[in-house]
Design a protein around this ligand. Structure first.
Ligand code: URA
Length: 181
């Protein structure tokens, strides 16, 4: 069967392949344009996102929207999802095993369907999931293999003003890259 972004979302809603399903209210498969040239990958749904079933719905969503606007685009021009689709208990980081399971089962397939030209990795879980190594502080604002653009997670920008400034610079660089896509 040919997968679509909708059939993948259906599968995600029923997924019990890692322990995270036990604590979720709703899954967060992702949201946006299913033919977008730009895909953003965050970490995991937070408390608000778990209730709504939508990515970056809470305060980190407001910061992300501000950043996306700095790149000269808006959220509706992108597809946004997470490295995992279920809210981890007590907001803990997803484990390496959970990241791997969710990437192999869902994220890789979402990427195959959307075929983005550039994938923005927001923070260390997304970086670890897709690349397997690297330090955000060293490679943020840079492109890897012409396919991935690395930056911080919006929640880090909310906590640390200096990271917010660096993230703003990253999204301005991203804006220039997007003009060439
Ligand atoms: N990943 C995140 O980091 N946040 C969300 O809301 C969804 C996915």
């Amino acid at each position: 069967m040919t997968q679509t972004i909708f059939s993948l979302a259906e599968g995600i809603r029923k997924c019990t392949s890692c322990p995270l399903w036990k604590g979720r209210t709703l899954t967060v498969p992702g949201e946006g344009m299913n033919t977008s040239k730009i895909m953003l990958i965050g970490e995991a749904p937070g408390v608000e996102e778990d209730r709504q079933g939508l990515p970056f719905f809470g305060k980190s969503g407001t910061v992300l929207d501000e950043m996306i606007n700095l790149a000269g685009i808006s959220r509706k021009d992108t597809f946004i999802t997470g490295a995992v689709k279920c809210h981890p208990p007590k907001n803990r980081n997803p484990s390496n095993k959970e990241l791997k399971t969710c990437r192999e089962l869902w994220l890789d397939k979402q990427i195959e369907v959307i075929k983005p030209k550039l994938i923005i990795l927001l923070g260390k879980s997304a970086l670890f999931s897709m690349i397997g190594k690297g330090k955000i502080t060293e490679i943020h604002g840079k492109t890897i293999s012409k396919k991935y653009f690395v930056t911080y997670h919006p929640s880090a920008a909310m906590r640390f003003p200096t990271i917010k400034q660096e993230m703003e610079q990253d999204f301005k660089i991203l804006g220039k890259l997007l003009k060439k896509l």
